[in-house]
Design a protein around this ligand. Structure first.
Ligand code: GDP
Ligand code: MG
Length: 437
């Protein structure tokens, strides 16, 4: 799948300390191939890699200290951008708000109508009315009733009426007189785009003037999904896309190219047949999923905010000279703490997890460590050898801890320092600092 392929492409970069322009070009070619294989349309894939390449050059990827990670990060940003940047809101306010479904038969309109009604009822405190406007298949009307019953949501239908516009208009009247504040209109689809279906959905849209028109598409239909999206958008100018069946063995391609081709945001994804299998679409998360390296990317981002290269170099010098002291120790702990969940982070930072292995990584323990170091005098912090029995006692009292805890910290500090010295052979350490950056 796409994730594996992109990952394979990136492996080349991750393995190399240095990458060359040829290397970047090769990797981007791989990425493009992976995108094409995943049914991203050619134009989108080409634009994507072109844009990544330009940004990579603009940001001097080749001379940066970790080219592989920087390139990954640029790819990630570009994916997010391609999928619409921030998540897109659904418009459902109105008296009543009207949400119209469109899409081919089998795309998941009826299922999504139920999921959305459930979502608006339970998560947004709305009183939704479901409307069955599939006048061709009586079974489709029954299907919506079954869902409505299951969810405790009223379904409006009229099997005698053959004009979906009339059904929908009657439904809205019904909603107004019975204080429903959102009307979700499920419509009929065909197996392929045809003129009659387009006429019908256009007529419904004109008559209802919905607050939101959604295009529902099966993410497993690959390249066809993009063509269908374009056909619908040309005709009804929908507001957003619902990508269904993302739980299956799906090709991520649709998510990538639909936005690029029709320039409409993806608003929801369907991840199963059950009524709670609905997710708001987050471009950020989708990009993580596609790259399959969410942890690394977000770590790099957070680390970049917190770590200063210059500081890392200074620290490295101190470690080399065995001058690493409690001030540095405290500084490192604070840096790590700033970066977020300590336990997760230590696992992710190459080298750092090892260096601080003996430090208790409970957040609470951090507080104690900080308190103890704060209770040391500047002289004690920079020269831990001063710490004799009476000083330790003073520190324990001052920090509200015990002599045992103070001793434990000093032991941890010594271990860390020893380990750092071992690692402090220049190459290892620089590599670690670079990876942090
Ligand atoms: P419609 O013809 O557009 O109304 O499509 P339906 O809502 O009837 O869905 C067609 C089939 O796809 C049904 O069997 C649904 O259970 C299934 N389906 C819909 N959405 C999803 C989804 O997100 N994941 C999975 N696995 N199946 C889905
Ligand atoms: Mg249906």
């Amino acid at each position: 799948n796409l994730t594996d392929k992109i990952e394979r492409a990136f492996k080349v970069l991750k393995g190399h300390g240095q990458i060359t322009e040829i290397n970047v070009a090769e990797t981007l070619k791989e990425v493009r191939r992976a995108l094409l294989d995943a049914d991203v349309n050619f134009k989108t894939a080409k634009e994507f890699t072109q844009s990544v390449k330009e940004k990579a050059l603009g940001r001097n990827v080749l001379t940066s200290i970790s080219p592989g990670q920087l390139l990954t990060k640029i790819c990630h940003e570009e994916l997010v951008e391609l999928m619409g940047g921030a998540e897109a809101e659904l418009q459902f306010q109105g008296s009543p708000g009207i949400i119209l479904m469109s899409g081919l038969q089998g795309s998941g309109k009826t299922t999504f109508s139920g999921k959305l009604a459930n979502f608006l009822k339970n998560k947004k405190g709305k009183k939704p009315l479901l409307v069955a406007c599939d006048v061709y298949r009586p079974a489709a009307i029954d299907q919506l009733h079954v869902l409505g019953d299951q969810l405790g949501i009223e379904v409006f239908s009229n099997k005698e009426e053959k004009n979906p516009v009339k059904i929908a208009e009657a439904a809205i009247q019904h909603a107004k007189s019975n204080s429903f504040n959102v009307v979700i209109v499920d419509t009929a689809g065909r197996l392929a785009v045809d003129a009659e279906m387009m006429d019908e959905i256009e007529a419904i849209k004109k008559a209802l003037n919905p607050t939101e028109t959604l295009f529902v598409v099966d993410s497993m239909t690959g390249q066809d999904a993009v063509n269908t999206a374009k056909a619908f958008n040309d005709r009804i100018d929908f507001d957003g896309v619902v990508l269904t069946k993302l739980d299956g063995d799906t090709r991520g391609g649709a998510a990538l190219s639909i936005k690029a081709v029709v320039d409409k945001p993806i608003k929801f994804v369907g991840t199963g047949e059950k009524m709670d299998a609905l997710d708001v679409f987050y471009p950020q998360r989708m990009a993580d999923r596609i790259l399959g390296m969410g942890d690394v990317v977000s770590l790099v981002e957070r680390a970049q905010e917190q770590f200063d290269e210059e500081q890392a170099r200074k620290l490295q010098k101190k470690i080399q000279k065995n001058q690493f002291d409690f001030n540095d120790f405290l500084g490192q702990l604070q840096q790590i703490k700033k970066m977020g969940n300590v336990k997760d982070l230590l696992g992710m930072v190459p080298g750092m997890g090892k260096a601080l292995k003996n430090v208790d990584i409970e957040d609470d323990a951090f507080k104690h460590i900080e308190a103890i170091i704060h209770s040391m005098t500047p002289a004690e912090r920079s020269n831990p050898a001063l710490l004799n029995g009476s000083r330790k006692k003073r520190i324990a009292t001052g920090s509200g801890t015990s002599i045992q805890e103070v001793n434990k910290l000093i032991k941890q500090f010594d271990d860390t320092r020893k380990m750092m010295k071992v690692m402090g052979n220049k190459q290892e350490m620089m590599k670690m600092m670079k990876q942090m950056k």
